[in-house]
Ligand binder design. Structure first.
Ligand SMILES: [Zn+2]
Length: 404
């Protein structure tokens, strides 16, 4: 068998395409495969499909292909433009590559497989290509897969924001709770992000009016956005966020108090934990503190009590509990705790909504770890667009339909 025949079989070329020659340059560690078609060949019009169009002229192109052992391999061909009676002069598509890509389909499939397992920069180094070329491939396949997503039937959404670059920029994530997938990611954390989500939902057969439940933190921007763009949605305020607000109050009390009570120095993380989760060392530290006299300890008890809200048997019991807690907290004479209690009061309805919806952003914990992985894989990602593509790739449950 001649080497051109072998390569032709290996590349699974179909007529009129044939391998006409191959050049191997061991010094350049490079294999070049020449693909050609017999003169007089006829092609289908890429626009209307009309068969038997004659070649008008050709343009020479090169595509990076899968490595040949340790050597880079390239396909080279003259790509015909055809003269179609209906459409005029059109460039023919080749079966081994997408139009305008400098890579073959198989090379792109390899890149896509690699970028879901390691940072794009690392893939770029391994395959010896610039990462911006690889990002272009990522965007193509992610965009194509996102165009196919079906958001009909989506009724429950969690919205969360994540810091993109060193806390400078934010992207907001819209998670389909029932299918545990990121449906939409966008820059910013304002009300406009919810409008953009509603718009995107409509483009994917979803319906903003069909969204019944939304879980968010207490950010006024998200509250406003949901009110404007998801008009039928009941808001549940994320319980971890509610607890965090009170935790922050405990920490404020501690920071003030440690100025006169130096024993409180270095105890910040003790007060953030529940008693059952303290390490032996933290427990011992706590036992040495004169907790009976400490404002911080009182604030901590109020925080622990707040968490019991979520163990109440019904929404009515929850409402009664919250009233009692609010009275206690607002009479604590601890300014930060009183402020936090007032914040809770202002968001009462959405906090109690949890008893009906039972949704919390903790449900999307698995998604958050995928988003963290996406940030790592998009390291040095140059743009929020790249980060979003990586989030979709890892956490979007997309049907990638990679060439095989
Ligand atoms: Zn045509």
């Amino acid at each position: 068998m001649r080497d051109t025949t072998l390569l032709q079989l290996a590349l699974a070329l179909t007529p009129p395409w044939t391998v006409s020659r191959s050049d191997f340059d061991p010094e350049a560690r490079r294999l070049d495969i020449e693909i050609d078609f017999p003169s007089g060949s006829r092609f289908a019009c890429p626009n209307c499909g009309a068969a038997d169009c004659p070649a008008y002229d050709t343009e020479r192109k090169t595509w990076r292909h899968l490595n040949f052992f340790q050597h880079q391999a390239y396909l080279n061909a003259r790509v015909p433009r055809v003269r179609c009676d209906t459409c005029g002069i059109k460039t023919v598509g080749v079966p081994w590559a997408r139009p305008d890509s400098g890579f073959t389909l198989l090379f792109e499939a390899l890149v896509m497989t690699m970028v879901s397992a390691m940072p794009v920069k690392a893939v770029a180094r391994i395959v010896g290509e610039h990462d911006t070329r690889l990002w272009r491939v990522v965007h193509h396949y992610v965009d194509a897969a996102r165009a196919r997503i079906d958001a009909s039937g989506v009724t429950r959404i969690a919205i969360d924001e994540t810091a993109a670059r060193r806390g400078q920029d934010y992207i907001s994530l819209f998670v389909d709770i029932d299918q545990a997938r990121v449906l939409f990611a966008t820059e910013g954390k304002d009300a406009e992000t919810v409008a953009a989500f509603a718009d995107d939902l409509t483009k994917h057969r979803g319906d903003p009016e069909a969204i019944e439940e939304v879980c968010i933190d207490m950010s006024p921007a998200f509250i406003k956005g949901v009110g404007e763009s998801l008009p039928k949605a009941a808001i549940t305020f994320d319980k971890f966020h509610a607890v965090k607000i009170i935790n922050d109050a405990v920490e404020k009390v501690r920071r003030t108090e440690q100025k006169s009570q130096s024993l409180l120095r270095g105890t910040r993380y003790i007060w953030l934990r529940n008693p059952a989760n303290l390490s032996a060392r933290q427990r011992a530290t706590l036992e040495r503190l004169p907790t009976r006299h400490l404002k911080t300890a009182r604030a901590y008890q109020i925080r622990l009590a707040f968490q019991d809200l979520y163990h109440q048997p019904s929404v009515q019991a929850g409402a009664d509990f919250l009233k009692t807690w609010y009275f206690w907290a607002t009479h604590s004479r601890l300014e930060p705790v009183i402020d936090a209690a007032r914040t809770v009061k202002r968001h009462w309805h959405g906090i109690l909504r949890w008893f009906d919806s039972k949704i919390a952003n903790g449900l999307i914990e698995g998604i958050n770890s995928l988003v963290q992985a996406a940030k790592a894989k998009a390291r040095g990602y140059r743009s929020a667009r790249n980060l979003k593509a990586m989030v979709y790739l890892l956490a979007g449950k997309l049907d990638m339909q990679l060439p095989a």
